[in-house]
Design a binder for this molecule. Structure first.
Ligand code: FES
Length: 249
């Protein structure tokens, strides 16, 4: 194995640059080094002006997402040796405005997320729930939503989603996966409210089931399956509304 590898990094300062441009850096190629380690080497030893986000370095915080050789990846979980001999191309996540270099603006997602009410709703249909009561769950009830609770909001799914790329109004995979996380929770009573949001024109119907969101998710969440379930639920409701008398729905 060579002892160094080239990082080909997208540089862009929207306030001064007319377009992104490439800059190459040579970094040590060590077996245990991730792409994030390479970028931190550049930042600490070579060029302090390079901007990128990271925090936990262990696939938990979701802040280090970038396009590595064209694929959305958590850079703290992507080994340089898997991209040898290089150069390794590193760009900001697709489909988001660039703030600077590899940092993207996530305000669109932050504005959309509350629409699906990603919290436990404990009261619906005039049923009052005591606030200080314990709500126990069986292991099976926990298993029902556990995988969807693994979402770390890393935005890799939005970067991979061709629908979001074409239509930024689309509410997007992570928001839908998080709606599913709470809908599958036995303590929650907010399914109706979330479904009403997700069947709006910018909700689940825009998805063409390409499945890239599920493929790139580093935590094995499956937004594509959640989207299909919401579509099915909404379609069945529509059929019922046509076929059944009002009192039987
Ligand atoms: Fe936290 Fe990569 S630095 S997920």
């Amino acid at each position: 194995m060579a002892d160094s590898i080239s990082l080909r990094v997208s540089r862009y300062r929207p306030d001064t640059d007319s377009a992104p441009h490439w800059q190459e850096y040579q970094v040590p190629l060590r077996k245990e080094w991730t792409v994030l380690d390479g970028l931190n080497h550049v930042k600490n030893e070579v060029d302090t002006t390079l901007s990128f986000r990271w925090s936990c370095r262990m696939g938990i915080c979701g802040s280090c997402g970038m396009n590595v050789d064209g694929e959305p990846k958590l850079t703290c979980g992507t080994f340089l040796s898997d991209h040898a001999p290089g150069p390794v191309t590193i760009e900001p996540l697709s489909n988001f405005p660039v703030v600077r270099d590899l940092v993207v603006d996530l305000s669109d997602f932050m504005a959309k997320l509350p629409r699906v009410k990603p919290w436990i709703i404990r009261e619906e249909d005039n049923r009052t729930v005591e606030p200080d009561v314990e709500y126990l769950q069986t292991p099976e009830e926990l298993d029902a939503y556990k995988q969807f609770s693994m979402c770390i909001n890393c935005m890799l799914c939005y970067a991979a989603c061709p629908v979001y790329g074409l239509d930024p109004q689309f509410i997007g995979p992570a928001a839908i996966a998080l709606a599913e996380r709470y809908d599958l929770d036995s303590r929650d009573h907010g399914k109706r409210q979330r479904l009403d949001v997700l069947i709006e024109h910018d909700g689940v119907w825009g998805c063409t089931f390409v499945g890239e969101c599920t493929r790139v998710c580093p935590k094995h969440v499956d937004p594509a399956s959640a989207i299909q379930r919401y579509k099915l639920t909404a379609a069945l409701e529509t059929v019922k509304a046509f076929l059944l008398p009002r009192g039987a729905r």
